[in-house]
Design a protein around this ligand. Sequence first.
Ligand code: GLP
Length: 245
Amino acid sequence: MGMNIYRVDSYDAMSEMAAGIICRQMKEKPDSVLGLATGSTPVGMYRRIVELYGNGEVDFSKAVTFNLDEYRGLGREDEQSYYRFMHEKLFSHINIKEENTHIPDGTAEDGDEQCRRYEEQIRRAGGIDLQVLGIGHNGHIGFNEPADYYPVRTHCVDLSESTIEANRRFFTDINEVPKQAYTTGIGTIMRAKRILLLACGEDKADILARALTGEVTPRVPASILQFHPDVTVVADAGAAKYLCI
Ligand code: GLP
């Protein structure tokens, strides 16, 4: 309980450990509600989960998932949508039921209504058992950007310049990078029973140290995880560089 930080040698080791944590969760509670993340960090974890599934080591038939976020304006079939990401990296390779997977709809006509409904769906599912997180260079989790306060619930957010810049690598032109997104809130994330935070690469070393050992402030959204009762951090050597562990 509290915060457990694991420093592992490589990206593959981080992915292996993270996949193991997810699979153990599924064995202990086959109808687990998983909170899932996108970004490049968890790609290896998803690959490993698919392998473990292929070996018959994990069953997702009763799993329920809620993704953290989705770009506003991107449809399901858009190459860069998180809907597509999740199906390509995980959902289409495992036995999860499509109706048990949830991702905010980037094209929702009534954004506020969708955000309200998303929170309600999470609540009805019994809350999130295990929430996977990556961390943005500015300390964002989901798409909760640095701000003067912690957004509590699922909401629509204006992405910061640094996030737009970081995400441009996935788009041909910076003007194609969505400027807004739907994201679950800091309250939604903090209500998860367990949190698994993944970080890889030296470019995350500074923000990871600030988030885990610095001041708890909405200017570094991930810092609030210091107040969560059950966080597991798995960082590769690069990302763990400034952590004294
Ligand atoms: C993205 C996602 C986050 C992710 C973060 C880091 O914009 N919304 O959920 O954790 O930024 O991404 P990456 O893992 O590619 O560094």
